[in-house]
Design a protein around this ligand. Structure first.
Ligand code: G6Q
Length: 546
């Protein structure tokens, strides 16, 4: 079954939303709270260990109803059926999109081309389990009989960002293994890293779905060369190099033992692959059981998304809110602020997930789109970001819907620190909504023993308009399971938004283009001969070559 294809702007709900938008766009959030004392609980969802409060958004019950109408009118329910059934919803690449199968419990059936992929996933998980146990326990020895101490993940994009983000996020849960990531083709990056390793105790995990990515292959070749030099030969490569890939032939040609290959399937998109063997470095770092907890959390969110009424469905509602700001308020970006240092790579990870998936300008009929799609995501942890770019969110000229992620409990249990951190989390959303009126500013300045002239001059700069929308996610504690839920929530939101915008979220032709362009220019650099380009590129290349 094909995904439904409906231009969202031609729906009844969209037209109704446009009219409604004119009426509500200047609505004061503060007033909405005054007029409805239950707003906070009406526009929030309690689900398992998540509390999602979306009441500080410029919406009312009509907005919510119309957004839900839009979801139905563009065929979200049918699209979800296709998504969960393993249909070929990545039509431009002719693939199913089944990261949900990677975390489906054993015994479930999801069939692609007559094969129950849940069984295939279970086999690879067994392999991950066996291997990680051996490495962690020290049974897997390096070429001189020493246990492995350092894991080096070599991969880029989807084969790097997820594993890095999760490893950092779950640092508290990790074991003795030190995990490193080499991604950039920048030789300084790989050489700087290699200096840190001891060949006898280092395990390289080369992650590339295609095993054709220039960065990863170059870095893997450099690492292998370094290793062979240190080990005095290539016999020991099999003890120190494993690969995660769907291209067995290419991995074998590269010289990695076929027994050391952790397979991957074409129905797993790179940016959704951390749940597969691409997460091997995560499993090595936190152990298989906790890796499985991460998957279990994601599965819980899959079930929530699949089975919950849209009215209470977290990915559906948050996805629709994004559409509301993107397409009606014309918000240019969205900020994501985890009040948690461990999650410092979450915004970067989601930049890929969200922007690579929904940064599309052609709809599912192949027609050019004349409305806005993919949102721009950015962010840094709080409270650091408060001392940096929050100024613009508070007083700048742009509307930036901001998402706050906080946890009730800290991991080390230092209550004093945690209370201070969370006080900021709460205070910021309140301040962004309430702002500060001229009267408040004047009253504040009057206390300061200033002349009336000084007060009048300074007052306008200290006024905050407020009405800046925020959504708060308050989660019990950062654990492998809750992290799995959180990441899966964003994945499903990407799907929801892609369906509303009538785009294909699971291809990435822009990324493929980059891969081709660089290889053409590299042949010119290799031949020391610049072909015909625009005068800017020609000059730059000549400057580089001279
Ligand atoms: C992700 C993208 C992209 C991809 C990298 C690495 O969805 O397709 O980021 O993950 O280009 O690709 P390989 O894993 O094939 O090396």
């Amino acid at each position: 079954m094909k995904l439904p294809s409906q231009n969202p702007t031609k729906t009844k709900a969209w037209k109704a939303l446009q009219e409604h938008f004119s009426a509500i766009k200047n609505q004061s959030l503060k007033d909405l709270f005054v007029s409805d004392s239950k707003r906070g609980s009406e526009l929030s969802i309690k689900w398992e260990d998540f509390y999602v409060d979306y009441s500080k958004n410029i919406i009312d019950t009509t907005t919510k109803r119309l957004l839900l109408d839009l979801a139905k009118e563009v065929g979200l329910p049918q699209a979800m059926e296709s998504y969960f059934a393993g249909e070929t919803i990545n039509a431009t690449e002719g693939r199913a999109v089944q990261h949900v199968a990677l975390r489906a419990p054993k015994g479930k059936t999801i069939t692609i081309d007559g094969v129950n992929i849940v069984d295939e996933v279970a086999q690879v998980k067994e392999k991950i389990k066996g291997f990680t146990e051996k490495v962690i326990s020290g049974t897997h020895k390096g070429y001189t009989g020493k246990a492995i101490t350092d894991i080096v993940n070599i991969g880029i994009g989807g084969s790097d960002l997820g594993p890095v983000m999760i490893t950092e996020a779950l640092e508290h849960y990790k074991n003795h293994l030190k995990v490193h990531f080499i991604s950039n083709i920048d030789g300084d990056h790989v050489h700087q890293n290699l200096k840190k390793f001891d060949a006898e105790t280092t395990l390289f995990v080369v992650v590339s779905k295609s095993f054709g990515t220039q960065e990863t292959l170059s870095n893997a070749i450099t690492a292998r060369k370094w290793f062979v030099e240190k080990a005095g030969g290539s016999e020991a490569v099999s003890k120190h190099f494993v690969a995660v890939s769907s291209n067995v032939q290419k991995v074998t040609d590269f010289g990695i033992d076929p027994n050391n290959i952790f397979p991957l399937w074409d129905w797993v998109g790179g940016r959704f692959s951390l749940w597969s063997a691409v997460g091997l470095s995560v499993a090595l770092s936190i152990g298989f059981e906790q890796f499985d907890e991460l998957l279990a959390g994601a599965h819980d969110m899959d079930e929530h998304f699949k089975n919950t009424d849209f009215e209470e469905n977290i990915p559906v509602l948050l996805g629709l809110l994004s559409v509301w700001y993107n397409n009606f308020f014309e918000a240019e970006t969205e900020a994501l602020i985890p009040f948690n240092q461990y999650l410092h790579r979450l915004p970067a990870y989601l930049q890929q997930g969200i922007m690579e998936s929904n940064g599309k300008g052609v709809d599912r009929n192949g027609d050019t789109i004349d409305y806005q799609t993919g949102t721009i995501i950015w962010g840094e942890p709080g409270t650091n970001s408060q001392h940096a770019f929050f100024q613009l969110i508070h007083q700048g000229t742009k509307i930036i819907p901001t998402e706050f992620i906080g946890f009730k409990k800290s991991l080390f249990g230092d209550k004093e620190h945690h209370d201070k951190l969370m006080a900021n989390y709460f205070a910021q959303t309140e301040a962004l909504m309430n702002g500060k009126t001229q009267e408040e500013v004047l009253a504040e300045l009057k206390e300061k023993n200033m002349s009336q002239d000084q007060i009048d001059t300074l007052a306008p700069f200290k006024v905050f308009k407020g009405n800046r929308p925020t959504t708060s996610l308050l989660i019990e504690k950062l654990t492998p399971k809750s992290l799995g839920k959180l990441v899966a929530m964003y994945e499903h939101r990407i799907f929801v938004q892609g369906i509303v915008w009538n785009i294909y979220s699971y291809d990435q032709w822009g990324v493929e283009l980059g891969k081709q362009l660089a290889s053409n220019i590299l042949s010119e650099i290799d031949a020391n001969k610049v072909a015909e380009h625009d005068s800017s590129t020609t000059n730059l290349l000549n400057e580089f070559l001279n």
